[in-house]
Design a protein around this ligand. Structure first.
Ligand code: KIV
Ligand code: ZN
Length: 510
């Protein structure tokens, strides 16, 4: 059995998904969970891209001890310097430097010759290797690069000090047989190839990211890159939960395994989905709501007789338990804390006290508090510390058939001023958002609005996601409440507060 290293790029390529905009605390929360999941390498961001990215990569590098933390850099000295500053305190600082190699990118994007690209790549890898114990070099658009040229540049960057060579299918164009052929060709034609790990990085434009990654493993790749839930640029990246479960389930075929704790998959997937606001389709492999549901009578009959008739993966394998323990208003502090511990949501001290109060308030309104409610409460509490210049003091909305919906809102701002406004709209949410916009006294465009229930039942909590444009920033926000309108207000304020927080941080950093 060969060990396959897992390189998680949820916080870099994943964060490049349209509409995804994670803040500092959310990135830390995801990085911590990726460490629990057992990712060998966590790509925490692109340090030279912005001060926000730099700061979160730095924090993640200093917090995470069981995974190697890396950051992306273009093939320029300034990017490598920024990556070093952000990563140097990490347990195993790792540089990920890339340059495009394909004819299309050479001609139109870089306007560089083959020789100039080799010279540049060798120079920057050498520069990186003087600082970092591990340098990964990526040939952007490798799958559309001439094989002999790819082999030539790969040999030269290995000699310059690269320890991992990544062969991205940047535009998700290649087929499994073609992709495997690239790996085989490099194994045969690059003299120093045995000194490095070969890595696959697949995008899903044609729906072949997982098939391509698995083909690369069969052809000798020992590292796979991807994201949780397959989020990423355009159609996304290879979904790591699918890849790791495929290797586990078909170990007989692939004779390879990952070091991922498969039982953490569901929790990781839920966290990424909540924080990015990207819902998991019900039919999504491994983590979709229907992935283990047997609907037809023939299937149900088969499963009742013998599970393996129609079930090749057990829900428990990926951390979905049928433990239906629910808490309610009579549950005490001890039961509450034990359930949180069992769910891996350990909280202590003041945070636990605040959460227990919130739990009791919720239990007064909602009969049964399920695990998903607890997870949502904990996440809300952990992430609410940041970004709270505007806070909701009170909210009143009137709606009736043949009446104009009207909202009245009172907010408190970070200067301890109370702002009160009222406005109307064609519907309740519009009236609410018109009122909040008046409170901010500036134009705010609503770009997206989505609502989801946390679990089932009429009394379920509502989770609202919004995307807004405010002060030239596009940003998203999330709000959780039992009432959909209050959840909507919280999501909107969360989005506005993020922009304010970002601006403050940037001012401080200047
Ligand atoms: O898809 C790609 O080519 C990338 C590189 C930066 C590795 O994400
Ligand atoms: Zn990519």
């Amino acid at each position: 059995m060969r060990k396959i290293n897992i390189f998680d790029t949820t916080l870099r390529d994943g964060e490049q998904s349209a509409g995804v905009n994670l803040n500092f605390s959310e990135k830390i929360e995801i990085a911590r969970q990726l460490e629990k999941l057992g990712a060998d390498i966590i790509e925490a961001g692109f340090p030279a891209a912005s001060q926000g990215d730099f700061r979160s990569v730095k924090e993640i590098a200093s917090l995470i001890k069981d995974s190697s933390v890396t950051g992306l850099a273009r093939s320029v000295q300034g990017d490598i310097d920024a990556a070093w500053e952000a990563l140097k305190a990490g347990a195993e600082p790792r540089l990920h430097v890339f340059i495009a190699t394909s004819p299309i990118h050479r001609q139109y994007k870089l306007k560089m010759t083959k020789e100039e690209i080799i010279e540049n790549a060798v120079k920057t890898v050498k520069y990186g290797a003087e600082r970092f114990p591990v340098v990964q070099w990526s040939a952007e658009d490798a799958s559309r690069t001439e094989l002999d040229y790819l082999a030539e540049i790969v040999e030269k960057v290995i000699r310059a000090g690269a320890k991992v060579i990544n062969i991205p299918d940047t535009v998700g164009y290649t087929t499994p047989l073609e992709y495997a052929e690239i790996f085989r060709y490099l194994k045969e034609h690059v003299p120093s190839i045995d000194k490095v790990h070969l890595s696959a990085h697949c995008h899903d434009d044609l729906g072949m990211a997982i098939a391509n990654s698995l083909a690369a493993i069969e052809a000798g790749a020992s590292q796979i890159e991807g994201t949780i839930n397959g989020i990423g640029e355009r159609a996304g990246n290879a979904a790591l939960e699918e890849l790791s479960v495929a290797l586990h389930t078909r170990a007989d075929h692939y004779e390879a395994y990952t070091g991922l704790a498969l039982g953490e998959i569901k929790r990781t997937s839920d966290l990424v989905s909540k924080l990015t606001g990207m819902p998991i389709p019900p039919n999504k492999a491994v983590v979709g709501r229907n992935a283990f549901a047997h609907e037809s009578g023939i299937h149900q009959d088969g499963v009742l007789k013998e599970k393996t008739t129609y079930e090749i993966i057990s829900p428990e394998l990926v951390g979905i338990s049928d433990n239906s323990l629910v808490l309610g208003k009579h549950s005490g502090r001890h039961a509450f804390k034990s359930r949180l511990d069992e769910l891996g949501l350990s909280v202590e001290g003041e945070e636990l006290n605040r959460l227990f109060v919130q739990f009791k308030e919720l239990a007064d309104k909602k009969k049964e508090i399920a695990d998903e409610d607890l997870a949502a409460l904990v996440l809300d509490e952990k992430l609410s510390k940041e970004n709270s210049f505007y806070q909701l003091n009170s909210l009143q909305i009137t709606y009736g058939t043949n009446q104009v919906p009207t909202a009245t809102v009172a907010l408190k701002n970070g200067n301890h001023e109370v702002i009160q406004e009222a406005a109307t709209g064609a519907g309740s949410v519009e009236a609410l958002y018109n009122t909040l916009e008046r409170c901010m006294d500036t134009e705010i465009s609503l770009l997206d609005y989505r609502i989801q229930s946390v679990g089932a039942g009429r009394d379920a909590l509502a989770q609202v996601y919004v995307k807004i444009r405010y002060q030239d920033h596009e940003t998203s926000g999330r709000g959780l409440h039992q009432d959909v309108l209050e959840a909507s207000a919280k999501a909107y304020l969360n989005a506005v507060n993020r922009v304010i927080y970002l601006g403050e941080k940037e001012k401080i950093a200047q």
